[in-house]
Design a protein. Structure first.
Length: 381
């Protein structure tokens, strides 16, 4: 699936936040290729989104929210109390309803979808799901109009139209009734989050050549990576020492630098992109996993990920590194997160900064978008 629009209310620090992942017209010489559907050439979507912002502005929690939405669309409960995939925990004001609305594409079925849901602490209050077939030469604006005005394919309301479901809990009624069948794959690597899709010190990759390539790029003393059992590896160093990855867990993590440690996650992430089981349409989210890396290493790896990204997939990449702004990516590939009282998305192309040049870095350093951290309290010490 391909996200086109995301709207969040009362989730983490997002109170009325909206993010547009489509764009109106193709760029004549974009450095990110294939940002449209080949069978529906007037439908444009952003394949790469670089998220920047100050600490605690919402980069990591947006990844959590997006993963919660992926799980909900796939039919999973989002009230998983033993993990961070729990919508109840992330309601900013527990006394008020929480909602999200997403519009997305499924290239495999040639359809556009709209899903709007509202929850409270007891579960699902309302869910509206609409699905339409794409039309080959239909302009994007007309597709949106049709999607937003079309009769819902599935509608649920806890008291007005509940289909004899007394308590839907935190799972999709449209999925449970077979109305929403969305092919969806994802891979999230979130900073400082321990989850089954991967975290610092966890590894599920099986290609030792990929692991070795990434690790040795960060630490030249690493000479070999051997597979010793299922999910277990031996990392060998030039001085004869070694460290083990046993059943996915890195033993003696102090033997590796922080940057080299994170290279394990990068290797897993890259391998997932190349894995055919993900197909050509998936959501990939890499959250500040190169924060301890040299800027040139980060730029090289980001270029590799963009080049490897499957045709109908999206890459969300969060960073603090200013030099990423200097990579000559389209302006619409950048979004800044700003938090005063609440978090919001700042999209420079919607503010008139839509020339594909390198001046975006200057605007950010001069705080044109209001996204730099305030150091007034520190400066007054």
């Amino acid at each position: 699936m391909i996200f086109l629009n995301v709207a969040l209310k009362n989730i983490y620090m997002f109170q009325d936040a909206k993010l547009d992942l489509s764009y109106p017209r193709k760029l004549p010489s974009s450095t990110v290729e294939n940002e449209w559907l080949e069978d529906f050439p007037k439908i444009n979507f952003k394949r790469v989104l670089i998220l920047s912002g100050a600490n605690a502005s919402g980069k990591t929690v947006f990844g959590k929210v997006l993963c919660i939405i992926n799980n909900y669309i796939a039919g999973s409960s989002i009230n998983q109390s033993t993990s961070w995939l729990d919508i109840k925990k992330v309601m900013f004001d527990k006394k008020k309803p929480t909602s999200f609305k997403v519009e997305f594409l499924t290239p495999k079925t040639a359809q556009a979808h709209k899903l709007a849901v509202i929850f409270d602490q007891d579960g699902l209050i309302e869910e509206s799901y609409t699905c339409i077939d794409l039309q080959r030469n239909e302009p994007q604006s007309a597709m949106y109009k049709r999607l937003r005005e079309f009769e819902p394919t599935s509608y649920y309301h806890k008291t007005k139209n509940n289909h004899d479901i007394t308590n839907a809990g935190f799972t999709s009624v449209a999925v449970s009734q077979g109305k929403m069948k969305v092919p969806s794959m994802w891979n999230y690597r979130l900073c400082e989050v321990d989850n089954t899709s991967g975290s610092q010190g966890r590894i599920t990759a099986h290609d030792t050549n990929i692991i070795k390539t990434f690790l040795s790029a960060f630490d030249s003393s690493i000479t070999k990576v051997k597979s010793i059992a299922a999910e277990s590896y031996k990392i060998e160093f030039s001085n004869g020492e070694h460290v083990l990855i046993d059943k996915g867990k890195l033993l003696d993590p102090d033997r590796l630098s922080r940057g080299t440690h994170e290279a394990i996650d990068i290797a897993m992430f890259y391998e997932a992109m190349k894995n055919e089981s993900f197909g050509e349409s998936a959501t990939f989210y890499l959250d500040e996993m190169l924060a301890y890396s040299h800027t040139e290493a980060e730029q090289s790896i980001l270029n590799l990920l963009i080049d490897t990204l499957p045709r109908h997939s999206q890459l969300f990449y969060s960073t603090h590194n200013y030099d990423i702004l200097d990579m000559n990516l389209p302006v619409h590939s950048h979004v800044f997160l700003k938090k005063d009282k609440y978090s919001e998305f700042i999209q420079p192309e919607k503010m008139g900064y839509n020339q594909n040049d390198r001046s975006l870095l200057g605007y950010v350093k001069n705080d044109v978008f209001g996204t730099l951290p305030s150091m007034d309290a520190i400066n007054n010490l």
